[in-house]
Design a binder for this molecule. Structure first.
Ligand SMILES: [Zn+2]
Length: 472
């Protein structure tokens, strides 16, 4: 080898060391969490939905059709995104729980790798005391939440423009779709209802339902859905502004853009406009969209949980996963490889210790239900779930098992019955038993924080799970 190529190689090595030291080669990452956003209200999942910006982001990236939240509660679900473990392990079981100081977080990983770490959030639930801001250098001023999507995006853009040469990790949390539904005037749906009821809030719900003995009219119900969709359209315009800025700044090709929700919202399967005690499909099924370098446009039907989010984001940025994660990186899918199949677990309340359940949390849940409840829509009852009980369960191989306070109560074939109207637990007893076993095994793999060693399966049970294609 003559001297010129050696000098060139040394120069290239030197240059790469300099850029690695600054973290300069790594992609930027934007993680948008849309609170309370059902995937069937977004255009990548429903061609009639009005979300062009999310549609554009999805068209250039990966869309996951089977992503699930672990709980339908804001703090527990976000804690799963930031730790890569289920709520029963990270211990944030409701919006009153704080994140443990001991658990490493996604933002800390990025900060330690030389990123600017920025958070702008739309609710007071993530204030510094909650533990969620650990790892962020820059956040909403003085723990102040953004008032809406427009303000959240403007604040995020102002933060991003302070460029010191490091790549950025931005967490943008938008809260607009959460009840009350009160979109800005320019987003109000057309027609008489928007003039009469420009905000769907507790007062409006009470005014509608009290004279009807707790029911609401179909017209009111449709209005509430339209108002919810209007809130989502507002968030979508915010994301359009953010995406346009990325293009103008020449950063679009160097930025991983993720859009996800912490949980959905109840409508046709709920007896109230809310999500907290629900483990129905519209409550736990979430959108999951990623665009950026190394992510070819494609749809993915693999079963995924929000536990997979942190390992995937870190892998895409070339960083090590968080320790003791319970999810897996989805990045191999973007190289045409496969990922190990895994069931997803979900819960509401089953994770909450009995002594808490018996008192405060249960009372809060009951009050929440009472405030938002309505008996039916024009006399048609929309659910057979009893929200006064606490549920958990598992999704595996196209089936969903629902367990109420330890007893299997429902089994749905999600492939033929995605609206889960047809409970097959009586007709599919073997399958229900198998999924019950899988749930028990899975619970053993996701230990409760502070609890003893997990239960051990018998050899017969292990054989059964192997036959299901789950255990190695
Ligand atoms: Zn939420």
């Amino acid at each position: 080898m003559n001297r010129a190529p050696i000098a060139l190689v040394l120069l290239l090595i030197a240059l790469s060391l300099v850029s690695c030291g600054r973290g300069g080669d790594r992609p930027n990452v934007i993680l948008v969490t849309l609170d309370t956003t059902r995937r069937d209200f977004l255009s990548p999942y429903n061609s009639e939905a009005n979300t062009p910006a999310i549609g554009r982001i999805a068209a250039g990236g990966a869309v996951f059709d089977n992503a699930y939240a672990p709980m339908t509660v804001t703090r527990p679900s976000h804690a799963t995104m930031f730790t890569g473990v289920y709520p029963r392990t990270h211990g944030v079981l409701n919006n009153t729980y704080h994140l443990s100081d001991e658990r490493p977080l996604l933002a800390e990983r990025f900060r330690d790798a030389g990123y600017r770490t920025i958070a702008h959030v739309g609710t007071g639930l993530f204030q510094t005391a909650s533990g969620f801001m650990r790892g962020f250098e820059r956040m909403n001023p003085a723990d102040e939440k953004s008032s809406d999507a427009t303000q959240g995006v403007e604040r995020a853009l102002a933060s991003l423009q302070i460029d010191d040469g490091r790549p950025f990790f931005l967490w943008l949390h938008l809260f607009d779709a959460h009840f009350d539904y009160k979109p800005p005037v320019e987003y109000l749906p057309e027609g008489e209802w928007a003039r009469r009821v420009p905000q769907v809030n507790h007062e409006a719900l009470r005014a509608e339902s009290e004279p009807r003995g707790g029911d609401v009219s179909l017209a009111f119900y449709e209005h509430a859905r339209a108002m919810y969709a209007a809130e989502i359209a507002h968030m979508d315009d915010g994301l359009a502004r953010l995406d346009d800025w990325l293009s103008e700044a020449g950063l679009r090709e160097r930025t991983i853009f993720l859009v996800v929700a912490d949980h959905g919202e109840g409508f046709e399967q709920g007896i109230f406009f809310a999500h907290a005690p629900m483990i129905t499909e519209p409550g736990i099924a979430v959108p999951l969209i990623m665009r950026g370098p190394g992510i070819p446009p494609a749809r993915h039907d693999e079963l995924t949980s929000l536990t997979d989010l942190a390992p995937t984001i870190l892998a895409l940025a070339g960083l090590d996963p968080l320790p003791d994660g319970q999810g897996r990186s989805l990045a191999p899918l973007f190289r045409g490889e496969t990922v190990d199949p895994a069931p997803v677990y979900f819960a509401y309340g089953a994770d909450i210790p009995d002594e808490v359940l018996a008192t405060r949390e249960r009372r809060v849940a009951k009050n929440e239900i009472r405030r938002l409840a309505f008996g039916s829509v024009d006399g048609e009852r929309r659910t057979d779930l009893d929200p006064y009980h606490f549920h958990d369960g598992i999704v595996w191989d196209g089936w969903k098992l629902v367990v109420r306070e330890g007893e299997p109560v429902a089994l749905y074939d999600l492939r033929t019955d995605p609206q889960t109207r047809n409970n097959r637990i009586e007709r599919e007893q073997d399958r229900a038993r198998d999924l019950g076993l899988l749930r028990r095994d899975y619970l053993a793999r996701i230990p409760e924080s502070g609890s003893g060693p997990p239960p051990v399966l018998t050899e017969e049970e292990a054989t059964r799970l192997r036959a299901l294609g789950y255990m190695d």
